[in-house]
Design a binder for this molecule. Structure first.
Ligand code: PMP
Length: 378
């Protein structure tokens, strides 16, 4: 039985995208490939509201996108600030360390995000050149107030880089209007495409910063080597993953066919449906209310339900969720609800949760979860 993948990425891939992946591999410098890559790049600009952005699609994953974003805009003497609300903000710090890049870190408590006031206070105290933040942290389910951060940083003339790996395409991010300099992301979450691509959009200011750096400690990750290919995909630098790019192109078409406002609203509704259902079954949430993300939930068990047993029982009923990371391991499960999920899949998942609880002999209000989900989806 094919299981419904509700981990915080990869998200389920719809048949239309899977079919595009299975079409014959064409030459990486063919017209077919050029059309797919150019279309995907144009669509990406629309998805991040970056009319003036320079988009990049490069074989890799989210972590490569993090590295590319860092190495292409950071000069040796730059002062770097990272806002971390969990696992992936901390990872940005580790990448800095790997390249000997000094940085400061503001960490929020897990389940929250750094408050805009704390960012404003920090940049008033010390001059920074580049600030990095995570939009949605996949370990904690906390969504940061990116538009507010951007406003503060724009006024201060500081370059701002956003990790949109668990947000872009599911939660609004407006590169031009908000004054974000880089949004980087990956294919496997809100785009609903298979994993394997690092995706970035650079503002004019971020491009100018890269061009001002005489050299960077990177070869494959140097966007100036990729720029000619993004402008003219029939040129060669390093063989692009033809099938993957075609499938990503298809994913972006699906997103634009749905319409971005409708897509963001659907993610919000999906989150509501799952949370109402889970609350009706006795679960609670790790993330504090104002920071709850629309793309995943970090769910705490009611007394008497054991993590491993629940996740195994859920798997038997056709749904895969993820365990907690760090200190939350064994105490929560992480439920991804992003990409191209349908109402029928949401209801199926809630039924599976009820069946799992039933098989564990846990006492709960039978049917209450499904009823709550259906009400939220109506
Ligand atoms: N940033 C965030 C917010 C993520 O959720 C992830 C992946 N879970 C990454 C970065 C790293 O992406 P990848 O696993 O594709 O390397």
């Amino acid at each position: 039985m094919e299981k419904l993948l509700l981990i915080p990425g990869p998200s389920p891939v719809v048949p239309r995208i899977l079919r595009s992946l299975a079409e014959p591999t064409v030459s990486h410098v063919s017209q077919e490939m050029a059309l797919d890559l150019s279309t995907a790049l144009q669509n990406l600009k629309k998805i991040v509201f970056g009319e003036n952005a320079e988009p990049f699609i490069i074989a890799g994953a989210g972590t490569l996108a993090m590295e590319i974003a860092l190495l292409n805009v950071v000069a040796k003497t730059d002062r770097i600030l990272i806002l971390s609300q969990g696992f992936f903000g901390d990872r940005m710090g580790q990448i800095c360390e790997s390249f000997g890049i000094e940085h400061d870190l503001i960490r929020s408590q897990w389940g929250r995000a750094v408050l805009p006031g704390d960012l404003a206070a920090k940049i008033a105290e010390k001059k920074y050149d580049v600030v990095f933040s995570t939009h949605v942290d996949t370990a904690t389910g906390a969504c940061a107030p990116v538009a507010e951060y951007a406003g503060i940083l724009k006024d201060a003339g500081i370059l701002y880089v956003v990790d949109g790996v668990c947000a872009t395409g599911g939660v609004e991010e407006r590169l031009d209007d908000w004054g974000i300099d880089i949004i980087f992301t990956a294919a496997q979450k809100c785009f609903g495409a298979p994993p394997g691509l690092a995706i970035l959009a650079f503002s004019e200011r971020a491009m100018a910063k890269r061009k001002s750096l005489p050299s960077i400690p990177a070869y494959y990750s140097d966007i100036l080597r990729w720029l000619p290919i993004m402008k003219d995909p029939q040129k060669y630098f390093s063989t692009p993953c033809v099938n993957q790019i075609r499938s990503f192109c298809e994913a972006t078409k699906i997103m634009l066919e749905e319409g971005l406002p409708a897509r963001f609203a659907r993610h919000k509704k999906t989150a509501r449906a799952f949370r109402d259902a889970l609350a009706a079954l006795g679960f609670s949430f790790f993330t504090e209310e104002p920071f709850l993300a629309d793309t995943l939930s970090v769910v705490q068990y009611p007394a008497g339900v054991v993590d491993q047993e629940f996740r195994v029982a859920l798997g038997r009923n056709g749904v895969v969720v993820a365990g907690g990371l760090g200190d939350t391991a064994g105490k929560v499960f992480r439920l991804g609800h992003m990409g191209n999920l349908t109402s029928a899949q949401i209801v199926f998942a809630v039924k599976a949760m009820e069946a799992a609880l039933d098989s564990l002999k846990y006492e709960f209000a039978r049917g209450a979860g499904v009823q709550a989900a259906e009400k939220a989806l109506a």
